[in-house]
Structures are given as structure tokens and as C-alpha cells.
Write a protein that binds this ligand. Structure first.
Ligand code: FES
Length: 172
């Protein structure tokens, strides 16, 4: 039996800086988080972990929503003792169904607005633009506009707002 202090020969110095190996899985997680942050998706990921959505009734008569005329409907809700101001863009689709867009640009959560003259949603933070169906027309937004799940209860529109929702940024 050899001396317990005997060590196999190594190129690594006995004292000095050592290389730390980061497990591959951890590297992939870090890379994924970086990509999400770069695309503005980290907030969405955090929202997904925040808790169940908050049902919000809109003070709006859906019968007044004309096709091709996106309409912003404001709402307010309380969460954790605080009041949150928000809104949703309602659009009546060609088939008659109504969709409710999240009012935050998918790039960096800025507010956007409908330009009737151009027939598109415009975000002025980085000149992003979306079509009336929410798809990206140009600019840095990494994905179409997000939608709030919507249901009609009689003639009342109810949308499910993510619990981590925050008022959109006016600018960066
Ligand atoms: S936040 Fe809308 S284009 Fe950047």
C-alpha cells in the first residue's frame, strides 16, 4: 500500500489558479437566460412564474367595436395592495372574433399605439411596427404582440392579465 500523500503526476500546479468546469446544462441555462434578456423575453418568463392571471372586466360594449378599427380600452386592477394601470387593444377579426392585445411592445415593453394613417401599430422606442393581426412588420420586436386570453360573459369582455403585468414604458 502506498503513502496516502502520494498523488499521481499532474500538469496542474499544486498551488495556483485552477480551472473550474461549468456543467454543460448550466451553460445552456445561462445562454438561454441571456437570449431571453436580449429579446425582451425575460419579463415574460418572470411573468410566467409570478402566479395565476388576474381576470379583469373591461368597461366596454363589444357591439361598438368595428372591424379594422383597433380600440384601446383602459383598465385598473389592484394586486399586492397596489393599483396597476393598464389597457388592452381590442381588434375585431374578419371572422367576427375579438382579440385583446397586451399593450406592451414585445421588444422592451414600451407602449405602442395604432396609426390609422399607416394601418399599423407603432412603437416609438425603437421604431417597431406591427400589423393589425399583431404580426411584426419591421423593427426589433422578436415576436408578434402578446394576447390576453379573452372571454365574453354576456356582453361583458373579460381578459386574463398576467399577475406580473406592469404599466408599459412611455420611453426608454
Ligand atoms: S420597445 Fe418597441 S421597438 Fe423597442
Amino acid at each position: 500500500m502506498g503513502n496516502p500523500t502520494d498523488r499521481p503526476p499532474s500538469d496542474e500546479p499544486a498551488f495556483g489558479p485552477r480551472t473550474t468546469t461549468v456543467p454543460r446544462r448550466r451553460v445552456l441555462i445561462l445562454m438561454g437566460a441571456g437570449a431571453l434578456a436580449a429579446g425582451g423575453g425575460l419579463g415574460v418568463l418572470l411573468e410566467a412564474c409570478a402566479g395565476p392571471p388576474i381576470p379583469v372586466e373591461l368597461d366596454f360594449d363589444p357591439a361598438t367595436l368595428a372591424p379594422d378599427t383597433p380600440t384601446e380600452v383602459p383598465f385598473t386592477f389592484t394586486v399586492g395592495g397596489g393599483t396597476v394601470q393598464g389597457s388592452t387593444w381590442l381588434v375585431r377579426q374578419p371572422g367576427g372574433d375579438i382579440v385583446a392585445f397586451d399593450p406592451r411592445c414585445t421588444h422592451a415593453l414600451c407602449v405602442y399605439s395604432w396609426s390609422a394613417a399607416d394601418g399599423q401599430f407603432k412603437c416609438h422606442c425603437h421604431d417597431g411596427a406591427f400589423a393589425i393581426d399583431g404580426s411584426v412588420l419591421h423593427g426589433p420586436p422578436p415576436r408578434p404582440l402578446d394576447r390576453f386570453p379573452l372571454k365574453l360573459v354576456g356582453d361583458v369582455i373579460e381578459v386574463d392579465v398576467p399577475s406580473g403585468f406592469a404599466t408599459p414604458r412611455e420611453s426608454l
